[in-house]
Ligand binder design. Structure first.
Ligand SMILES: [Zn+2]
Length: 193
């Protein structure tokens, strides 16, 4: 439905105008003068230029403007991802390099006083924090939608910038899987010693 609407509004309408105009002019020319091409010669050059510019704006500028508007709305929109929160806060357990940035790995504290031993942590409780951090200076990264699709991650402190196909919320879920598996492996090694 959306695709049909898109084709109709963005591609079909300009195309119809572009194709129909010369056909209408040549039919009118044939009826009035007996020659298919005669009326084309009567149209001044400036009219052709204006016509060309209008079509150019229609085909090129309007979709670009729409895309920019759409991105502004996306970036201003509410954050859909609510991460779980724990009353006792988080205990950082390490860092992970993934997708070209640094992810902080953490587990929820089960109480305000309990000290974690290595074996107390179950891999399923491991979470990766968002936003990820800059690989150069470890500042939180900012995310925005890229014009051509995908995302751009920018460091607010240094000049680090990275394009990524998926959002960092999605990449965080992947980093989480890797972190959990790494933890499992470590646990296995330490229990077999
Ligand atoms: Zn940085």
């Amino acid at each position: 439905m959306k695709i049909v609407q898109f084709l109709r509004d963005k591609i079909l309408a300009p195309l119809v105008v572009v194709l129909l105009m010369p056909i209408i002019i040549s039919i009118a020319s044939k009826i009035n003068t007996g020659d298919w091409m005669e009326w084309f010669g009567l149209i001044p050059k400036t009219a052709w230029i204006i016509f060309g510019v209008v079509i150019f704006l229609w085909v090129i500028i309007i979709p670009i403007r729409n895309r920019v508007k759409q991105l502004q709305e996306l970036d201003a929109g509410p954050l859909l991802f609510a991460r779980s929160s724990y009353g006792f806060g988080w205990i950082p357990i390490g860092k992970l390099n993934y997708a070209g940035v640094v992810w902080r790995v953490r587990v929820p504290a089960t109480s305000s006083w309990k000290h974690f031993g290595h074996l107390d942590i179950s891999p399923s409780s491991i979470e990766v924090e968002t936003p990820p951090r800059c690989p150069k200076c470890e500042t939180d990264l900012e995310q925005s939608h890229s014009f051509w699709g995908g995302y751009v991650w920018r460091c607010v402190e240094c000049d680090f910038q990275k394009r990524n196909r998926d959002s960092y919320y999605r990449e965080a879920k992947r980093a989480e899987k890797i972190a959990r598996r790494e933890w499992e492996k470590q646990e296995h090694e330490s229990s077999s010693v």
